[in-house]
Design a protein around this ligand. Structure first.
Ligand SMILES: NC(=O)c1ccc[n+]([C@@H]2O[C@H](COP(=O)([O-])OP(=O)(O)OC[C@H]3O[C@@H](n4cnc5c(N)ncnc54)[C@H](O)[C@@H]3O)[C@@H](O)[C@H]2O)c1
Length: 493
């Protein structure tokens, strides 16, 4: 029997990205959801890794009987699995490269360093000093068992990217290469257009490159929980698609919604670009039998994974300013230098959160259990739902009692157009139930880790240097006046 953490041991060559289908196969005749069963016994495949076994029935070999699928900490992975990371220099891309390399994968990827440039243009910097990509790769290849290779490239440069896809023949592709800031996309028309152009055209080009050169690879595309918005009706935020028994009542008749994409209600032009990415990938799976998991990612926080912690030269970036920082990281940094934590509006806004190390574990598990040909599926990737106020109070408690700091909270006029008091029921079951994900970290411990790292003198100095950039200035309305302070609160002891 496969071990319990081997959620993918029973999978067959049907979903293996190193298998090629032989003959003319029009899966569409079988229908999106039911085709794997219909196709059973009628198809033959050839394995690119084991051409010696000739043509065979894809259902006849499972991952636990195939010598190419080897045990890892997070289920089975293909031996030396070829994984392409787009946006490898980023907050998520770099720790994922390290994790996959530590599990023996052959990792390669690109980045055009737009994130480094835009952070510098804002006048801010990563609080934890980050090495050049050259240095990162050198140190990682010395310390870890797999290999990491990197090329500076813009995903939108299709003349270079298409041959790169052809040459590298990835088995799994992770799409992180986007501009991920809601306030940046709302600051002015040029920044909105930059975000939309970069994110929408990058993902669109990627789907064509896969169609032409890597149709069997599995695509893991990072979306965001912000694509859904927060419906005031309290309708649960399902995992991308309505469950089979969902119905719509209209004028006395009942209609099935099962399997349809759920409504999207993006909350900034950045989120609009992510919704377009969702539709591009969904359509590509339908037209060309690509396969993809679309990850509706909750807000990520933290700076630590076992691989990042090996050497300061391996640090991932850690931003805190109003455009490039995420909320928990910023609250800890504000408290570290005696600035009040800035809550927008009531602070009752509810959002989904996950630590960096748990987010990386989830992606590795998605790599190890590829979708079936033509399958488009969505996972909601988060472990907890917190209000912004709860986050500030937690940072205050830990900062005060464990690091002897003097935390303050400041409620500001909300620069965003968003509901401040709203229901929020998120369904997030697939990662645990289908992929074997088990959280290995939590809010309190991660806040402690962040405090320890950024209270180091060099990091603290870097926060001091961007003190003015922590306060929000970008209003969704476009107005330019400063945000008013509504209330200053000294959290209870
Ligand atoms: N960090 C979070 O909390 C969070 C939450 C929800 C969703 N996401 C999504 O996860 C993904 C990764 O986020 P992140 O926090 O690592 O962001 P990041 O900005 O740190 O990483 C993205 C990387 O992609 C690169 N890049 C952007 N456009 C590119 C292009 N055209 N060609 C080549 N490289 C390009 C950037 O230089 C950067 O290094 C994004 O798609 C983001 O929308 C992140």
């Amino acid at each position: 029997m496969p071990e319990s953490n081997e959620q993918n041991a029973g999978c067959t060559c049907w979903s293996c990205p190193s298998v090629e289908f032989k003959g003319h196969v029009d899966f569409r005749a079988c229908g999106q959801a039911a085709f794997s069963k219909a196709a059973s016994g009628q198809l033959v495949v050839e394995c690119k890794r084991r051409p010696d076994i000739g043509y065979f029935d894809p259902m006849s070999i499972t991952y636990d009987t195939c010598p190419e699928w080897q045990k890892s900490q997070y289920g089975r992975l293909l031996k030396g699995m070829r994984v392409m990371i787009l946006g490898m220099d980023g907050y998520l891309g770099w720790p994922l490269a390290l994790k996959l390399a530590s599990l023996g994968c052959h990792v390669f990827g690109i980045d055009n360093f737009v994130r480094r440039r835009l952070v510098a243009e804002k006048g801010s910097q990563s609080v934890l000093a980050i090495s050049s990509m050259e240095e990162r790769v050198r140190v990682a290849n010395e310390r870890l068992s797999g290999t990491i290779e990197f090329q500076e490239m813009d995903l939108l440069d299709r003349k270079k990217f298409f041959p790169y896809m052809k040459e590298t023949r990835p088995e799994s592709i992770i799409q992180f290469a986007e501009i991920p800031s809601a306030p940046y996309s709302m600051a002015d028309v040029d920044k909105a257009a930059h975000t939309i152009e970069n994110n929408v055209l990058g993902t669109l080009g990627l789907t064509f490159a896969m169609r032409d050169h890597a149709p069997e690879a599995s695509l893991i595309k990072l979306g965001t929980m912000g694509e859904y918005g927060s419906p005031l009706t309290g309708r649960p935020l399902f995992e991308g698609l309505f469950p089979g028994d969902a119905t719509l009542q209209y004028k006395g008749q009942e209609w099935s919604l099962g399997g349809e994409l759920t409504p999207r209600d993006p909350v900034s032009f950045y989120h609009v670009s992510k919704v377009q990415g969702t539709f591009s990938v969904y359509e590509a799976c339908k037209y060309w039998w690509l396969r993809s998991y679309d990850v509706m990612q909750g807000v990520i926080y933290g700076n630590s994974t076992p691989e990042l912690d090996l050497d300061p030269a391996l640090n991932t970036r850690f931003d805190i300013d109003e455009w490039w920082g995420t909320v928990i990281n910023r609250f800890v940094a504000q408290t570290a230098i005696g600035e009040p934590m800035t809550i927008y509006g009531s602070g009752n806004q509810l959002r989904g959160y996950i630590t960096l190390s748990d987010a990386i574990q989830c992606i590795v598990r998605l790599v190890g259990l590829p979708p079936e040909p033509g399958q488009y599926d969505v996972v909601n990737q988060l472990t907890d739902v917190f209000s912004v106020r709860h986050l500030a109070e937690t940072v205050a408690r830990i900062g005060k009692h464990e690091f002897n700091l003097d935390p303050m909270i400041q409620r500001l006029e909300n620069p965003r157009v968003e509901a401040e008091d709203h229901p929020y029921e998120v369904i997030h079951e697939k990662l645990e139930n289908n992929f074997g994900f088990k959280s290995e970290s939590n809010l309190d411990d991660e806040i402690r880790n962040i405090f320890r790292a950024i209270l180091e003198p060099a990091a603290k100095q870097r926060i001091e240097e961007q003190r003015k950039l922590l306060f929000p200035t970008t209003r969704w309305s476009g107005e330019k006046q400063e945000m008013k302070v509504l209330e200053t609160i000294k959290p209870a002891a």
